[in-house]
Write a protein that binds this ligand. Structure first.
Ligand SMILES: [Fe+2]
Length: 510
């Protein structure tokens, strides 16, 4: 065995969190060729920085099998990054290993690239080559950047619809794609919808791998990953509907639930183009972070699931809905957990960016739901954690954060509105619909908007995504709606266009 190969295997052991035995080394050597194409899940890039980007793939010739159709041995994977689509002007290359402990997933942190550039990349393994993906680096720190175009989506229930929205997202040619949660849905296969989930509800790593295998086999989703770097955050369905911290809806034994959460987080990491700092340790995984786009924009990404305390006023809840109650405003509680909230406040105070985009899972506005028994609030999102929401609004205002804008998902509807404090707008929010998950009827949303005048635009019957164009002068947002997700392809149109002018809080219809 060459020294080079020994070093690779030693690194693989670190990646896998376990020592590889000499037996494993031998099998890695034995597996020079793979009988089937292992790149069935495509390629992805993510987490762009000025000098590099993460490249991702997972070796899985049979993605609906828990082991992906791979033997347990580690497999050497070569990668190349080039300045052209034909991969002739090579900028970086190397070799890493896919190991069974990480589902034969590969996360390469490429460094040494030039800022604000497009690159193309490809993997090879066992005599097969992956599709070519396109990535890009972020602009240099402090650079005077003229524009950023980003697309953001959420909620892509596989059974509920096809991913035709991604055809248009790719054609819109974004610099960056954000995914704001509900990448998979954990529910068992049903007889409803346009296609079937594979098998029962996952609770262990084998089950979650199969679920990602089904979702990521979709060619349109693969094309969107191959088109631009993604920044991802999760919501609840990557683990289980409405979970928070160490508790699920059924109030299962927290130890059992944390083991499930650990499996779900591990599978999430294995299927996303994340940096190694996000590699899970048991049921913990670091997902909140920020991304700078020169001096033009900073994005802050929140994890509103992992650290939240016990559900707000659970004893009073009818489903998710609660009357106003002390826990909703109790200053000791935080939807983000103390450490993440401190990080967010410090990050906002220290940001020197012209635009500050809060990438998170929900509608940020407080949603009041009138009922015959009085006003009700959901205890699953910001409305159940009014104290945390209020502290962010005050920080935006008091720390003079430059041009804050919130982007959200979760409710499968397009919503736009201003975020006000003491009657004055301090920011605006744009909730970007859903890729395929079904939303609310527009009559229902109109009633909700009537009770919540801050919601200036609502649309629940179309699927789609948001497209944001940021310049030093303004932030333009387009809600891109497809006619239907019940067909594999569908035309797109702008459901609405908005504009926020720099230095002037509040959105306008464009
Ligand atoms: Fe969802």
């Amino acid at each position: 065995m060459t020294l080079h190969r020994r070093q690779l295997l030693a690194r693989a052991a670190i990646l896998a969190g376990a020592a590889l035995t000499p037996g494993a080394w031998t099998s890695a050597l034995a597996q020079a060729r793979l009988p089937e194409d292992p790149f069935s899940l495509g390629v992805a890039s993510g987490e762009p920085e000025p000098d590099g980007v993460v490249l991702w793939t997972r070796l899985a010739p049979r993605p609906l099998q828990p082991d992906g159709g791979m033997a347990p041995a580690p497999v050497a994977v070569r990668w190349v990054v080039a300045e052209d689509a034909a991969l002739s002007r090579v900028a970086a290359s190397g070799e890493t290993l896919g190991v069974a402990e990480a589902g034969h997933s590969v996360h390469v942190e490429v460094a040494g690239l030039r800022p604000d550039r497009q690159y193309w990349y490809r993997f090879t393994a066992g005599g097969h080559a992956s599709p070519v993906g396109r990535a890009r680096t972020a602009p240099a720190a402090g650079a005077d950047v003229r524009s950023l175009r980003l697309a953001y989506g959420s909620c892509q229930k596989y059974e509920a619809g096809f991913y035709g929205a991604y055809d248009h997202l790719v054609a819109d040619d974004p610099d960056l794609v954000l995914f704001l949660g509900d990448y998979i849905y954990e529910q068992a296969a049903t007889a409803k919808g346009v296609r079937r989930h594979p098998g029962p509800e996952p609770t262990d790593i084998a089950g979650y791998r199969v679920r990602y295998g089904a979702y990521k086999s979709d060619p349109k989703l693969q094309a969107a990953h191959a088109a631009a770097p993604w920044m991802v955050i999760w919501d609840d369905h990557e683990v289980e509907n409405d979970y928070g911290g160490d508790h699920d809806r059924a109030d299962s034994d927290p130890a059992w639930f944390l083991a499930r959460r650990a499996a779900a987080y591990q599978a999430y990491y294995e299927h996303m183009p994340l940096r190694r700092r996000s590699r899970p340790v048991g049921p913990q995984m670091q997902l909140f972070r920020s991304l700078d786009w020169g001096r033009l924009a900073q994005l802050q990404f929140l994890d509103t699931r992992q650290y939240r305390p016990q559900r707000t006023c659970a004893a009073l809840a009818d489903g998710k809905l609660i009357p106003d109650c002390p826990e909703r405003t109790d200053p000791a509680r935080s939807l983000l957990g103390a450490a993440q909230e401190r990080w967010l406040m410090d990050t906002l105070a220290g940001s020197e960016a012209r635009w500050n985009l809060l990438a998170q899972q929900y509608v940020f506005n407080e949603i009041r739901r009138p009922t015959p028994e009085g006003v009700r609030y959901s205890n699953d999102g910001w409305s159940g954690y009014a104290q945390t929401r209020g502290r962010i609004l005050r920080q935006w205002r008091d720390a003079r954060v430059s041009n804050p804008v919130a982007l959200g998902g979760d409710i499968h509807c397009f919503i736009a509105g201003d975020l006000a404090l003491d009657g004055k707008p301090v920011a605006s929010e744009f909730v970007g619909g859903s890729i395929s998950s079904l939303g609310a009827a527009n009559t229902e949303l109109q009633a909700l908007a009537a009770a919540n005048p801050a919601l200036r635009f609502t649309e629940g019957e179309r699927r789609g995504y948001g497209l944001v164009e940021i310049t030093p002068e303004g932030c333009g947002v387009r809600f891109r709606g497809i006619d239907t997700a019940l067909q594999p392809t569908s035309p797109v149109r702008d459901l609405a266009r908005f504009h926020v002018e720099t230095g002037r809080p509040g959105m306008q219809h464009a």
